[in-house]
Design a protein around this ligand. Structure first.
Ligand code: TRP
Length: 335
């Protein structure tokens, strides 16, 4: 039930980058938890478009992806009335606070960020300053809204740590300006692996498109990708560390059907992998079909979409502005 008074609820903030197609891994690993959190917490969610340009983007594609990511958040069932859902670049306090915070962040600590090191190896031709200071912008995203919890995956934990360090440092100088956020470890956040190499995380940046399923993939594509999923030669549907392919499929099937691992092992006792893979593909397609249908409706109606993201930005900026000005004032700026 939607409570009128959200003041006594704990606050949650998270953002997602509009980079390419969102995958089944994003859905089961993160987004499904956002949906689950919206009743219990006072939630703020943003499309982190400013972060996306730390790697080169084609303008038309970026624009499309920002729309598409925002629409998908709605299609997944995030309620724009209950939550604050907006586009990061629409609230200028993010970039502004990021500058302020960058003057309280050490070069050395940024140099140690593993994602910076990985990404600069991957794009040696474009190791830009934005890529380097990316975690400071992320700290600004978070600290502006004073969240109690920030749900992040393992790859973002280091960035959340640094946000806490920056906030603590600032508070030690100027008093109580920022809330120190805690990481939110969801009760059920499945880690979904590649369908082609189940020792790697499912990722849309994987060169092999059969290794990942997009939330908006067609039913045929979904089933085809599961039919081709890499497994093993034992031909027993059993969850085990030495069977990463089958275990990944069991995890996915469990996440979309809410069946337990042992229920699934029992259901497919004596049955072949072909039958199991088809069942997983169908169950995933059944789960994603209504999301895709809602998405198709929402993305067609740009007017309504625009009204929603504008209202979201307005709501967000009211909160962001307060924190930003408080920080500016403490530092000594004339307001
Ligand atoms: N960097 C995050 C990612 O790539 C996205 C992000 C930007 C974020 N700002 C954030 C996540 C603030 C949590 C909180 O996944």
């Amino acid at each position: 039930m939607c409570q009128e008074n959200t003041n006594n609820k704990k606050k949650v903030l998270s953002c997602i980058q509009p980079s390419g197609m969102l995958t089944l891994g994003n859905y089961l690993g993160a987004l499904k938890n956002w949906i689950a959190m919206q009743d219990e917490f006072d939630c703020t969610f943003a499309v982190a478009d400013l972060h996306a340009i730390t790697v080169r983007q084609e303008p038309a594609a970026l624009r499309q992806q920002i729309y598409s990511t925002y629409a998908l958040l709605l299609a997944l069932g995030l309620d724009p009335e209950k939550n604050t859902i907006f586009i990061q670049s629409h609230v200028p306090e993010h970039a502004n606070l990021s500058w302020l915070l960058s003057c309280y962040t050490q070069f050395g600590e940024m140099s140690r960020m593993t994602q910076f090191k990985d990404k600069s190896l991957k794009h040696p031709e474009n190791v830009n300053v934005g890529l380097f200071s990316y975690p400071v912008l992320m700290a600004a995203d978070i600290l502006l809204y004073k969240p109690d919890f920030v749900p992040v995956g393992a790859d973002q934990k280091q960035h959340l740590e640094i946000s806490r360090d920056i906030a603590t440092r600032f508070n030690n100088i100027y008093g109580d300006v920022f809330t120190i956020p805690e990481p939110y470890i969801p009760k059920a956040g499945a880690k979904i692996m590649s369908l082609q190499d189940p020792t790697k995380k499912m990722s849309k940046s994987d060169d092999n498109p059969n290794s990942w399923v997009a939330i908006l993939d067609s039913r045929e594509d979904i089933i085809r990708k599961f039919k081709r999923a890499v497994t093993d030669s034992e031909a027993v549907v059993r969850f085990s560390e030495d069977k990463p392919g089958i275990s990944n499929l069991i995890t996915i099937y469990s996440a979309v059907t809410d069946k337990t691992i042992s229920e699934i092992e029992k259901e497919f006792e004596g049955k072949g992998y072909g039958e199991f893979k088809l069942a997983v593909g169908e169950a995933v397609a059944d789960t994603l079909a209504p999301i895709k249908a809602r998405y198709d409706e929402i993305i067609k109606d740009k007017k309504t979409l625009e009204a929603l993201y504008r209202a979201g930005a307005e709501k967000a900026e009211k909160v962001a502005r307060k924190t930003y000005f408080k920080a500016m004032k403490k530092v000594g700026f004339v307001l």
